[in-house]
Ligand binder design. Structure first.
Ligand code: FDA
Length: 305
């Protein structure tokens, strides 16, 4: 892992850095590259614009690690509203949540209770809830919650991270539940004892996991979400048997927009994940860490002020 990536991921967890950087206008305007705006209206408008180009959406309200049940209730109520807006505007858009945003740090029961509210509301509206995967201390609990949720709710999927050594086994344990999986490479700073560190190793594991899913998905019509901007992986997946029917490609707003349009034009399901909210600092630092060249973009904003 590069020094720069390490430093940016360390910075993503620094409250002091957050308090300092988020006040600078050059930093605020750099964020706009990855986020249409801080309010829900901007996210919905971006989803509407994408839909015109044949690209569906996933909408996420930024936030993580809340510490009281009252906050978890607020987040849950907000997502219920988001689901209602999606229905009203006739958008093909799912929602994606972080369990620590629904109270996982308080208890798994609290997080499950709030997730259940969202799954029920989404089911009523023929919609779908994705669960993000956070740093490694949360993986086991997230999978426990997902397994419980999947037993009584069809409309829920979970993210798995290809950089973790454990993921092949996790996937195997999920298969009997006919899961919906979004596979990503992984965005957090993880120790070499539990996570592949080089791009080559992560990419190799990513493709092995895709193969594992395609083989088992034959009878199961659930979604395989290919959550990556990696053109090699996109091409390899598209060439695989059954990819058009089983896979949906998922990318982040503002990254590889041309490729997103191309995928949709070729008749594959394409979703763009659109984030909004005021709590963007840790999320934005993870985006910088994914491509340290993005730091130059921030610096350009500073110079061109
Ligand atoms: P990789 O990092 O190899 O990048 C491939 C190419 O894509 C780069 O060469 C560059 O051109 C472009 N690119 C990638 N990131 C960029 C960036 N930030 N800025 C500009 N260009 C960039 N992670 C996680 O741990 N838990 C989660 O729940 C999710 N959820 C999620 C949902 C969706 C829909 C996506 C697309 C991603 C996530 N992630 C995630 C993030 C994921 O783990 C990973 O960090 C990023 O997708 C970057 O990795 P790539 O797969 O794009 O490959």
């Amino acid at each position: 892992m590069s020094l720069m990536r390490n430093a940016l991921l360390w910075g993503s967890q620094s409250k002091r850095l957050q308090d300092t950087l988020t006040h600078y206008s050059f930093f605020q305007s750099a964020v706009k590259r990855f986020m249409p705006g801080e309010d829900l209206g901007s996210a919905l408008a971006a989803a509407e614009a994408s839909q015109v180009e044949g690209i569906s959406a996933i909408i996420t309200h930024l936030g993580e690690n809340i510490s009281s049940e009252a906050e978890a209730d607020l987040v849950t109520r907000h997502y219920v509203e988001v689901l209602d807006h999606i229905k009203k505007r006739k958008l093909d858009a799912n929602v994606s949540i972080k369990l620590t945003q629904l109270g996982l740090d308080i208890s798994t029961d609290v997080a499950y209770k709030k997730l259940e509210v969202l799954m029920k509301r989404a089911a009523k509206q023929n919609n779908f809830v994705w669960i993000d995967m956070e740093g490694s201390p949360y993986v086991e609990k997230t999978l426990q919650i997902y397994k419980k949720a999947k037993k009584s709710h069809k409309n829920v999927g979970v993210c798995l991270q290809a950089y973790l050594h454990r993921t092949a086994k996790d996937l195997e344990s999920l298969l009997p539940l006919s899961p919906a999986i979004r596979l990503v490479k992984g965005a957090y700073k993880e120790d070499p004892s539990i996570a592949y560190q080089s791009k080559a190793d992560v990419d190799r594991n990513y493709m092995a996991l895709v193969q594992q899913m395609l083989q088992h998905w034959g009878k199961n019509k659930n979604i395989i979400g290919i959550g990556t901007h990696d053109e090699n992986i996109v091409r390899t997946v598209q060439a695989a048997n059954g990819a058009k029917e089983q896979c949906e490609f998922e990318m982040l707003y503002g990254i590889k927009s041309g490729l997103q349009r191309q995928i949709a034009q070729r008749g594959y399901k394409m979703r763009v994940l659109i984030s909004y909210g005021t709590h963007w600092f840790p999320w934005y630092m993870r985006r910088l860490a994914e491509r340290p060249a993005n730091v130059w973009f921030v610096m350009k904003n500073l110079v061109n002020r």
